[in-house]
Unconditional design. Structure first.
Length: 162
């Protein structure tokens, strides 16, 4: 779901609009497939109805948990515009957190070796204000995000000096 243009300021442009890394939904999807496979195996190899019912309830539970994870994943976004960094999340109630680019002091990226392979990681933004840090977890291509934030901040500083 793209960031709504009606929420942008006058000359503001969207530079990046990213969902969390797909790795966040792999575990729930794999769990659901595994539980479905076990349920099918139990249904085909046993005549005990109680096992089938228990497995059916377990499949429903895992399906609901997986659906919840997917809905949270699809409804979370990291948006970089020409004026601010925006983090939006929430299925029924949208929570939006914004950092004006002028207030950002430092952008750092932390990646484990596995995260480097999967091109994901944690982005830390240090900024002036009441809260001094904000961490964004599991977003794809954190080095690109860091580079783009720094590029936009440099453009703002150059335009402010002209």
């Amino acid at each position: 779901m793209a960031f709504p243009e009606k929420l942008l300021n006058g000359n503001e442009n969207v530079i990046l609009d990213l969902h969390p890394h797909w790795g966040g939904i792999v575990k729930p999807a794999a769990t659901l497939l595994g539980v479905c496979a076990i349920w099918l195996w139990v249904a085909l190899t046993t005549d005990v109805r109680a096992f089938e019912i228990i497995m059916g309830v377990l499949v429903c539970y895992v399906f609901i948990k997986s659906l919840k994870t997917y809905l949270h994943w699809i409804n979370e976004a990291f948006i970089l515009t020409s004026e601010r960094v925006i983090h939006r999340r929430g299925v029924f109630q949208k929570n939006t957190f914004e950092i004006p680019l002028q207030r950002i002091n430092t952008v750092t990226v932390r990646q484990s070796w596995v995260e480097r392979i999967l091109t994901t990681g944690k982005i830390h933004i240090e900024y002036s204000g009441d809260q001094v840090n904000r961490e964004f977890k599991q977003f794809p291509q954190p080095l690109l995000i860091q580079k783009e934030i720094n590029n936009v901040i440099d453009k703002i500083k150059k335009n402010g000096m002209d």
